[in-house]
Design a protein around this ligand. Structure first.
Ligand code: HEM
Length: 407
């Protein structure tokens, strides 16, 4: 008998009420306790951890493994083929360390700082395109015209993905993350795998001085990673490097434009506060609702609940960031909040590889948008904006904006 049948009566917190207001659902769950046995929309039973202290501790707990081989409930997630699955977020221990060492150099603060000029000119070009759209039609969509193309360009340049292919890649990833059917999911996975194996074959034939060529040399000349690991690493970096930054920029801009206290106006007057504002946005407007799923390698007690070995644990970042036990008045975006220690980029061995790149892009993007559009406002009622909200993320699908006429 499958786990799913045994747990048929489990609560399913990720339904209609959650899509309407995930933070209200988290508040209710937190009040009932930290750890909840719940069912995901695909029927998988998981333990959802909601208290900030337990989420923080869980991220660095070696008894919580990201390696699916520890699952005894047959957790399959996206059911990715090995060519996409052998990546950092599915590996622990020596394999994780070996692969992380191969790519960490490219993402150190010093290396990322060298990208500043290129990112700034990409930002400026996109801001002008958005301005032109607003000028000609009266409104523009920050997601489609700015927040999506920017990180795709930046990470695409690092891996030297042809410009024409970046948009197609992003479409397939969207099909993977929010598929309308199992068939669409399977087709998107196939397209992503085919595209990446083609990209690797092409780069083998025409190497350069980009990150992907470096990984191919590490495989072919030094035998430091397998072919599946090579393709999977390229996949993870492209996906993580584009999706999350896109969502933080658009969710973050919405907060700046709509939150009480006019934070956008404050930041226009004092742009030197932007790096701090980005840290507070990472807590308040963070798109990733849960960390990557983890599996208990032995029975583990969390928040007074004993979780058996082999079960799936979801550490809920979205709930942790709104936990009043850690952050006073957690729903308030507070530029001057002293506790900036959020979990938006994870913690411990799987701490976000692209953290310096995420911070730099988000800061430059928000700074340029606020500077170029002194009277920017959301064009539709905020409560009617379209979101993609799942247990994985809470992200704006569109952010229509306009420029208020001079008063
Ligand atoms: C605002 C943007 C970003 C956010 C919010 C974000 C968030 C995260 C989080 C929460 C994790 C840890 C997952 C876990 O432990 O379960 C992570 C890991 C990771 N991120 Fe990011 N990320 C962002 C940008 C980027 C960028 C630009 C890259 C580009 C390289 C990137 C690449 C990665 C990789 C490769 C990992 C896995 C690291 C490992 O397992 O060792 N991320 N990210």
């Amino acid at each position: 008998m499958s786990e799913t049948t045994v747990d048929a009566a489990l609560p399913q917190p990720f339904g209609e009420e959650f899509r309407a207001d995930p933070y209200a659902v988290y508040a209710r769950l937190r009040a009932e306790g930290s750890v909840h046995r719940v069912e995901l929309p695909d029927g998988s039973p998981v333990w959802l951890v909601t208290h900030e202290a337990d989420v923080r501790a869980g991220l660095s707990d070696p008894r919580l493994s990201v390696d699916k081989r520890h699952s005894t409930t047959g957790f399959s997630g996206f059911s990715l083929p090995p060519a996409l699955d052998r990546n950092l977020l599915n590996l622990d221990g020596a394999d994780h360390l070996r692969l992380r060492r191969l790519v960490s150099q490219a993402f150190t603060p010093r290396h990322v700082e060298m990208l500043r000029g290129g990112i700034r000119s990409a930002v400026d070009g996109l801001v002008e395109r958005l301005a032109e759209r607003i000028r000609s039609t009266g409104r523009g969509d920050v997601v489609a015209e700015f927040a999506k193309p920017l990180p795709l360009h930046v990470i695409g340049e690092l891996l030297r993905v042809p410009a024409a292919d970046r948009h197609r890649f992003s479409g397939w990833v969207a099909g993977m993350l929010t598929p309308r059917s199992r068939e669409e999911l399977a087709a998107a996975i196939d397209q992503v795998r085919e595209f990446l194996t083609g990209l690797v074959a092409d780069r083998r034939a025409h190497p350069g001085d980009d990150l992907l060529s470096g990984l191919i040399t590490a495989r072919d000349a030094e035998d430091r990673l397998s072919e599946d690991e090579l393709v999977s690493l390229a996949f993870l970096i492209l996906m993580a490097g584009s999706e999350n930054v896109q969502h933080l920029i658009s969710n973050g801009l919405l907060t700046l434009l709509s939150h009480p206290g006019e934070p956008a106006a404050v930041l226009r007057a004092r742009p030197e506060l932007l790096p701090e504002a980005v840290e507070e946005l990472m807590r308040h407007a963070h798109p990733n609702q849960t960390a990557i799923r983890r599996f208990t390698v032995e029975p583990v007690e969390i928040g007074g609940t004993e979780i058996p070995a082999g079960d799936t644990v979801l550490l809920c970042l979205g709930s942790a960031h709104r936990d009043p036990a850690r952050y006073p008045e957690p729903d308030r975006f507070d530029l001057h909040r002293t506790d900036k220690a959020h979990l938006a980029l994870g913690q411990g061995l799987h701490y976000c590889l692209g953290a310096p790149l995420a911070r730099l892009q988000t800061t430059l993007a928000l700074e340029a948008l606020l500077r170029r559009f002194p009277r920017l406002k959301v064009a539709d009622p905020v409560e009617r904006l379209p979101w993609n909200t799942t247990f994985r993320f809470h992200a704006l699908r569109e952010l229509p904006v306009t420029e208020e006429p001079l008063g």
